[in-house]
Design a protein around this ligand. Structure first.
Ligand code: GLU
Ligand code: MG
Length: 480
């Protein structure tokens, strides 16, 4: 669990000029700037001075898989601008590596993978990492680039006077690549931490080296399962931090002869891996989730945001928990947030409110528990920002709080309280995504259509396989 609020100075996105404050529609600005030759030379000099030899850029595709390219340091400039070439079909890569070609994403065409040099980090061992943004050959941002969409949604909410902070909780399961065995318990135990002390020591050191501050790390409930959290940051940076964390974990695991699964369902009948997303907002420095006159000191605006998220969660699952193993995790009794509702410290609600109390020095925030690692983190955070903007625009009413475990209610009681189960299967979530106007408004049709194509393919895969086969086949699909 993670607590945070607005006691620090959040980082604003670099360009706030082109925002249309009163519209949810996607803007075309700001985009990833093209740095001058002088700036690029300075970055290369710094990398050289730090003995970096290779720059790896990662692109998270619409199946949540990490794709990558790398260059020797001398080529960092062309990785940044115009970027390295890739087929548009990268947008429709599926988790089994099939290209789900569509008229928009076919064998014809080209796009540029542009490394963001403002976000570059030295990982040690001669390697640096940077996130990738997509552009066309003219250097113009592509509308289906999830990171670009997040950049613009952040700029838009900031232009409306609201600062956001976000952070992901990262759960993963450790495997021995030879025996396949996962570790032993006890849950939240000291034993698993001591058993893996060399690996975990390296995790702490490597995170610190990469500039990622770990807030806490513990052995989770599942066998071999670990969770860590990093400190909150402005939305784009939070999504980058999450990707960077998974890249670092992938490197450290290899150095220790381990494999890490980020699958929502890493073992059959075992405990799922979540990627709970914490978010908070402040207007002119005043938090939206505390200091108000609503329940648990929510402000009217904070209540509207929660109301909108409860309302639109069911049609957002194709973005937030989108894969063919997501629904298996999203079941009652797993603390994965299997119901679209909210409640103070309610670990079975998809939206768990963490109040500002003396025990929560970082301030009030909302934990969106249903998110898992098969989501594209840029799309997921962009969607939450866009839905929050629309909630504020529409002044959505805060529904009644659910103060008890919704999984213990019978169907009639849930129906009477309007509590919707969101783990109803991937086919349902893809259908709901396809026809969701609000999600299309936030993410854009091209991106949503690519997601629908990729996830629709997963629905087909699942038809011919048992759950056991799916768990095996996709165990490491989302591992860096
Ligand atoms: N492993 C649970 C999940 O799948 C989360 C447990 C927790 O509350 O941290 O989301
Ligand atoms: Mg956890």
């Amino acid at each position: 669990m993670l607590y945070f609020g607005h006691d620090g100075a959040p980082r604003f996105s670099s360009d706030r000029r082109e925002c249309a404050p009163d519209s949810l529609a996607l803007m075309t600005e700001p985009t990833l700037p093209h740095r001058s030759a002088h700036d690029v030379a300075r970055v290369i000099r710094d990398l050289d001075d730090a003995d970096v030899r290779i720059v790896i850029g990662t692109f998270v595709d619409n199946s949540g898989v990490f794709r990558a390219k790398q260059v020797p340091v001398a080529k960092t400039g062309s990785f940044h601008s115009p970027g390295l070439g890739a087929a548009p079909s990268w947008a429709v890569f599926a988790a089994d590596d099939l290209l789900v070609l569509t008229p928009a994403f076919s064998v014809v065409g080209d796009m540029r993978l542009r490394a963001d040099l403002d976000a570059i980090r030295n990982l040690g061992g001669g390697v640096a990492w940077a996130p990738i943004e997509l552009a066309d050959q003219q250097g113009t941002s592509l509308e289906h680039c999830a990171r670009g969409v997040l950049r613009r949604q952040q700029a838009a909410i900031e232009a409306e006077g609201i600062e956001a902070l976000a952070a992901f909780e990262i759960e993963f399961t450790c495997f021995d690549p030879v025996t396949g065995l996962v570790g032993e318990g006890p849950a939240y135990g000291l034993g698993p931490l001591l058993d893996r002390s060399e690996f975990l020591d390296d995790v702490h050191q490597s995170f610190a080296f990469a500039g990622l501050k770990i807030e806490q790390l513990h052995a989770e409930y599942g066998l071999g399962q670990i969770e860590l959290t990093t400190e909150p940051a402005a939305p784009l940076q939070a999504a980058d931090n999450y990707v960077l964390a998974r890249v670092v974990l992938g490197r450290v695991a290899r150095a220790h002869g381990m494999k890490l699964s980020f699958s929502p369902q890493p073992v059959l009948n075992g405990i799922g891996n979540g990627a709970h997303l914490h978010i908070s907002f402040a207007r002119s420095g005043e938090p939206l989730f505390s200091g108000g006159s609503g329940p648990h000191a929510l402000t009217d605006e904070g209540g509207a945001v929660i109301g909108g998220l409860v309302k639109w969660l069911p049609e957002s699952m194709g973005v937030l928990a989108p894969s063919l193993l997501s629904s298996t995790r999203l079941q009652p009794g797993h603390w994965s947030g299997a119901f679209a509702c909210w409640g103070l410290e309610n670990r079975e609600a998809a939206l768990r409110l963490c109040e500002a109390t003396p025990g929560n020095p970082r301030g009030a925030n909302l934990e969106i528990k249903c998110v898992d690692h098969s989501a594209n983190p840029y799309s997921a955070v962009a969607l939450i920002l866009g839905l929050s903007r629309r909630s504020l625009e529409q002044e959505v009413e805060l529904p009644d709080e659910v103060p008890t475990d919704p999984g213990m209610m019978d169907d009639d009681e849930r129906a009477s309280r309007n509590i919707i189960a969101i783990g109803g299967g991937q086919a349902n979530s893809v259908d709901a995504l396809r026809s969701s106007q609000v999600v299309r408004d936030v993410l854009g049709d091209v991106l949503v259509d690519a997601m629908v194509a990729v996830r629709g393919h997963e629905v087909e895969i699942a038809k011919s396989k048992s759950l056991e086969e799916l768990v095996e086949k996709f165990r490491f699909a989302w591992s860096a």
